[in-house]
Write a protein that binds this ligand. Structure first.
Ligand code: CTP
Length: 435
């Protein structure tokens, strides 16, 4: 066990005043109670990596709940306590979440090689965690403010960009750590250390993933699929045979991974013409399943998503895909045909179609639709038709559809044109009827 003394005081003081004051206040309060207090886990990791993180986990030696109550007297956030776990959280007005836990004191049985002396409670707390980079603490009591506690070589692994577990049974004890290893490797652009990789492979071979509930798998996937590093995650999941473990027909090719990698630049293109929020998770799932057998789609998607509307949208996108592509490739296609083919599809489907296809013309027409056709709306309404003295009935839809077609084709432009055209159409239709 090695403890390199490095001090993070400067780094903390360089954070926003809000956060550095918060840490000083917390340390000061612990001082008055005669307790040691630390920030731990993701916050420390991100501090050392100079990455922003507004969620802070505190470990206090002593009762976490009563400490949180005292702390919140000064912070005036929203306090939640979880008596059964001895933990508490405070949500601040700015959205930051502080978690406060008591340092664990249970005595662990260690492998024979390790000395069986009683460890400090912060050691015990850190030893239960997943990866060395997440197993560091920084003491914030005023006298030791900023002192890094690194028992397991986390700092060195950060410097070497390595994801490493502390002990060989880590993934057996908590198989969700398999997904976490992949997520951190992609998000931080780190490598999973070789031995850790082989522990993952063993755990998967021993069917440990089947012990993770579907809900937990979906939660992990949601995090993986919405991160910019998603294509690297998918590459790693493929290399560990995780997809086939989830569904035996889900064979991810390198081509699929490249397409998922392209999604980000495609999304950026579309954002120039529509800044609606895009559901990236849906897009990734559409792309993952782009050549999946349609008859097995529904059960397979459910392994990744538990949202009815989302599942329906994905299924429609995939089932309609070939039809959309062949329709867009017909000769002599006009603006209104492009409009009719695409206007019922959600934005995610359009982005997916663009990203998935390799045909220049399909991409061109989809982009043409986005830029020139998608936002065409009629100004004329049923009320206008009523004002023209037209009797309500199926004729309304006929007239409005015909006006829309002309507008999409670029034959008429504004509300005045629309009403004039409505009147003309009505008279024509009336004449036909009168004959
Ligand atoms: N942790 C763990 N095993 C898990 C989940 C979490 O050991 N299966 C530990 C890690 O030490 C982690 C801490 O609990 O740092 C907090 O977990 P979480 O909030 O999920 O992750 P963060 O590291 O804070 O990362 P993120 O930035 O994704 O929130």
């Amino acid at each position: 066990e090695s403890t390199e003394i490095i001090n993070c005081k400067e780094k903390i003081l360089n954070l926003s005043k809000e956060i550095s004051d918060l840490l000083k206040t917390t340390g000061g309060l612990a001082d008055t109670l005669g307790k040691k207090v630390y920030v731990v886990g993701g916050f420390v990791r991100d501090l050392l990596l100079n990455r922003e993180n507004f969620d802070i986990d505190f470990v206090i030696e002593g009762d976490g709940i009563s400490f949180a109550e005292r702390l919140n007297e000064t912070l005036s956030g929203t306090l939640m306590t979880h008596k059964e776990f001895g933990t508490a959280s405070i949500t601040l007005a700015n959205g930051s979440v502080l978690d406060i836990v008591s340092a664990r004191r249970e005595y662990y049985e260690y492998p024979a090689a390790l000395p069986t002396v009683e460890k400090s409670s912060i050691w015990n707390d850190l030893f239960r965690r997943d990866f060395t980079i997440n197993c560091m603490a920084i003491q914030i009591n005023i006298a030791n403010f900023g002192k890094l506690i690194d028992f397991f070589g986390g700092l060195e692994d950060i410097r070497n960009k390595r994801i490493r577990v502390l002990y060989n049974l880590s993934f057996i004890e908590d198989p969700t750590r398999i997904f976490r290893a992949i997520r951190f490797a992609s998000r931080l652009d780190f490598e999973i250390e070789e031995q850790t990789k082989s522990f993952i492979m063993e755990a998967i071979k021993d069917h440990m993933l089947t012990k993770v509930t579907n809900d937990r798998v979906r939660e992990e996937m949601a995090q993986i699929f919405t991160d910019k590093g998603v294509s690297k995650s998918i590459f790693l999941m493929k290399s560990f045979n995780i997809f086939t473990a989830i569904h035996s027909d889900l064979n991810i090719t390198n081509e699929t991974i490249t397409k998922i990698d392209n999604l980000w630049s495609t999304i950026e293109k579309f954002h120039r013409f529509d800044n609606k929020k895009i559901d990236i998770q849906l897009l990734v799932i559409m792309q993952l399943f782009h050549s999946f057998p349609l008859n097995k789609l529904s059960e397979a998607i459910q392994k990744f998503l538990n949202n009815k509307q989302g599942i329906v949208n994905i299924q429609i996108a995939l089932k309609e895909k070939e039809k959309v592509y062949t329709s867009l490739l017909k000769d002599d296609i006009d603006k209104y045909t492009i409009y009719s083919i695409l206007h019922n599809h959600c934005l995610e489907s359009l982005i997916f179609y663009y990203n998935d296809c390799t045909e220049y013309y399909i991409k061109h027409y989809i982009m043409y639709y986005m830029i020139n056709l998608k936002n065409i709306k009629l100004k004329v309404t049923g009320r206008d038709l009523l004002n023209l003295g037209i009797q309500p009935g199926p004729i309304y839809k006929k007239i409005l559809d015909t006006i829309l077609k002309s507008k999409v084709m670029g034959e008429i432009y504004d509300e005045h044109d629309e009403i004039e055209y409505a009147n003309k159409l009505y008279n024509e239709l009336k004449e036909i009827k009168d004959v």
